[in-house]
Design a protein around this ligand. Structure first.
Ligand code: MG
Ligand code: MG
Length: 254
């Protein structure tokens, strides 16, 4: 069932989304060689506390996992696609790329947003992957018009990505968000125009393309959370929480 949010709820999500964006920007600035994944998580938690908001992922147990998520932030390095646990011994190195994915809870409402950033200098090929993934997110958001469908979003992302030759992670997807971390509808990063759930004003969704320099296949590691590319290729991920309004899509996490 798809939840429809009120205007007041969307205003709260927008208020939280501004802080959310500021935290991600601050984390991005903190990323440099020698910084540990845990330090980034600690910074995210401290900032959330400062704004009186809660880490939405902390203690959340996704379907199919046997224990709750132990951190605020997901820190996924290089071939890790998403849901990397920010351990102390994960130290960022020059040339890495790192996806930072945060969930923010404010007044019982949740926003979800992620960025992927380079650690120091990365190759042109890797820069291009980051840029394309960000652009793919923009394409998905542009397609999130009222009256369109979930398939239109997926199609917009897929048809932008295909000519570049990047892999698109297919078994992970965007989703509704707001009352909980994951809600209906399920929003794949590929699809056929006009298919799937219709987008209506009041829907709040997380759009999150995950692209790779290799194939589409991913695997989950022993910790049950971390997804890695099956072929070991680098992966990038960008995500925004978006409200569907009469006037079109509104990015809440900026
Ligand atoms: Mg996320
Ligand atoms: Mg998400």
């Amino acid at each position: 069932m798809v939840n429809i949010k009120t205007k007041e709820e969307i205003d709260i999500l927008r208020e939280a989304g501004k802080v959310h964006a500021f935290i991600l920007q601050t984390l991005q600035e903190a990323v440099q060689p020698g910084v540990s994944a845990m330090e980034l998580d600690t910074l995210a938690r401290a900032m959330l506390e400062e704004y009186g908001m809660r880490p939405a992922f902390y203690n959340y147990t996704p379907e199919g996992v046997s224990y709750p998520y132990p951190a605020a932030l997901c820190v996924s390095v290089n071939d890790e696609v998403v849901h990397g646990i920010p351990l102390e011994d994960i130290i960022l190195e020059e040339g890495d790329i790192v996806s930072l994915d945060l969930g923010v809870e404010h007044k019982n409402l949740i926003t979800d947003s992620a960025i992927t950033v380079p650690v120091g200098f990365v190759s042109e090929k890797v820069e291009a992957l980051l840029k394309a993934t960000k652009k793919a997110l923009e394409k998905g958001i542009e397609a999130a018009q009222p009256g369109n469908t979930v398939g239109d979003i997926g199609h917009a992302i897929e048809s932008f990505v295909k000519p570049h030759g990047y892999g698109i992670v297919k078994i992970l997807a965007g989703h509704g968000v707001g009352y909980s971390v994951h809600e209906d509808p399920y929003i794949p990063n590929y699809g056929k125009p006009g298919t799937g759930e219709k987008l209506v004003p009041g829907m709040v969704i997380a759009i999150e393309p995950m692209l790779t320099l290799g194939g589409d296949e991913v695997a989950v590691t022993e910790d049950e959370y971390t997804y890695v590319t099956y072929d070991g290729s680098l992966s990038a991920h960008f995500e925004h929480t978006v409200a569907i309004t009469e006037q079109g899509p509104v990015i809440l996490t900026k």
